[in-house]
Write a protein that binds this ligand. Structure first.
Ligand SMILES: C[S@@+](CC[C@H](N)C(=O)[O-])C[C@H]1O[C@@H](n2cnc3c(N)ncnc32)[C@H](O)[C@@H]1O
Length: 348
């Protein structure tokens, strides 16, 4: 049996804390479910983990914070796994308190290197009597037998909007806790947008890979409109539930065209595009990890029409240029500074 993430192993060590109906929030490995035979609700905000959820009797799967499977007062034990972003912990704790029925218990589990010690302050704000019950697998396990309940979990109320401007074109962008670059335009994305204004894409259906809150696709269509060009649809995919929720809201607000779907890498993408634009992920967890983007580059040509363009911004030190040339076709550097470079590769 392969090893689970430390926080999942820490729950298995403490499974006797589970009473009644169980709800798990923030799973990062679907294999945990087959090790917990009693079943319950299992929520992950990662489309790749969700796709791996086994069909097991007793388990109710949920993808992200807007899944219909999430129901008020439906759990007697709610387990919250510590997310990377501190703001997302507050979000998860609110969801946990809404899922919890009268008399339910709340368990918070996280790794020390991911900041569980600091996160406990947030737990104690809603559950002052929470106590540490185990320390193992580089994790701490905290149990709260009583906490302030909440009667509503209102995504609209959590959504924050901020304005983004580039090349004289403004769009309003939605944000939820845990989303990339919440509240501001990322500097790399800003350089990508400038390149789209100064060296426009050919017209045609495009894809924004790893779309986050949907800023690129909505800005691009607003910019095209401002130039008197009929906007081309930009489909958008991201692995994270909050990104999909926010990108849908950003698109609706900007009246942008294109399907927004959850996808781990290009797994959920079926068509071929005139262009793919992306500010791809390179950071996963505590270490720098570019394997996801390398996989994306190896598969991107399949989703480009012949002569189609891949437009990508990345930190200048990342070694993508040679891989783009090998997997897609000739590469040009469109913009560059000490931090970021925008590359354009044409499919042979
Ligand atoms: C650098 S951010 C860019 C977000 C947005 N395009 C922008 O410019 O603001 C990268 C995005 O990649 C997403 N991501 C990470 N791993 C992914 C994967 N395996 N498949 C699809 N998207 C992924 C993250 O959720 C994040 O929203």
């Amino acid at each position: 049996m392969s090893a689970l993430p430390n926080a999942h192993e820490a729950l298995l060590r403490n499974r006797d804390l589970i009473r009644g109906r169980l709800a798990l929030i923030g799973l990062s490995d679907a294999a945990l479910l087959s090790r917990l035979p009693a079943g319950g609700l299992a929520m992950t905000e990662h489309a790749g983990v969700f796709a791996q959820f086994p069909v097991l009797k007793g388990w109710l799967p949920a993808f992200g914070y807007d899944d219909q499977a999430l129901q008020s007062a439906s759990a007697d034990t709610v387990v919250v796994f510590l997310p990377k972003a501190r703001a997302e912990l507050t979000f998860r704790l609110e969801l946990a308190r809404w899922l919890a029925d009268d008399g339910a218990r709340l368990i918070l589990i996280g790794e020390k290197r991911e900041g569980i010690a600091g996160a406990v302050r947030q737990l104690k704000e809603v559950a002052p009597d929470a106590a540490k019950v185990d320390s193992a697998r580089h994790c701490q396990v905290w149990l709260a037998e009583s906490f302030t309940p909440v009667s509503a979990f209102d995504l609209e109320a959590w959504m924050q909007w901020h304005a983004v401007e580039c090349a004289g074109v403004n769009v309003d962008v939605a944000g939820l806790p845990g989303i990339f670059s919440d509240g501001e335009l990322d500097d790399g994305t800003a350089m990508l947008l400038r390149s789209l204004a100064e060296q426009p894409l050919s017209r045609g259906h495009a894809l924004d890979f790893a779309c986050g809150a949907g800023v690129i696709g909505s800005w691009l269509q607003c910019w095209q409109q401002a130039q008197g060009i009929e906007p081309s649809p930009v489909d958008a995919v991201d692995v994270q539930s909050q990104a999909v929720i926010c990108a849908k809201a950003t698109y609706a607000n900007a009246r942008a065209l294109g399907d927004v779907v959850a996808s781990d890498g290009l797994a959920g993408v079926t068509r071929k595009y005139r262009a793919i634009v992306t500010n791809p992920p390179f950071h996963a967890g505590v270490r720098t990890d570019i394997s996801m983007t390398e996989r994306f580059l190896q598969q991107a040509a399949v989703h480009l029409q012949p002569g189609g363009e891949l437009r990508l911004v990345a930190n200048s030190f990342l070694p993508y240029e040679a891989l783009m040339a090998k997997c897609i076709g000739p590469v040009t550097r469109l913009q560059s500074d000490k931090r970021f470079t925008v590359y354009s590769a044409r499919r042979r």
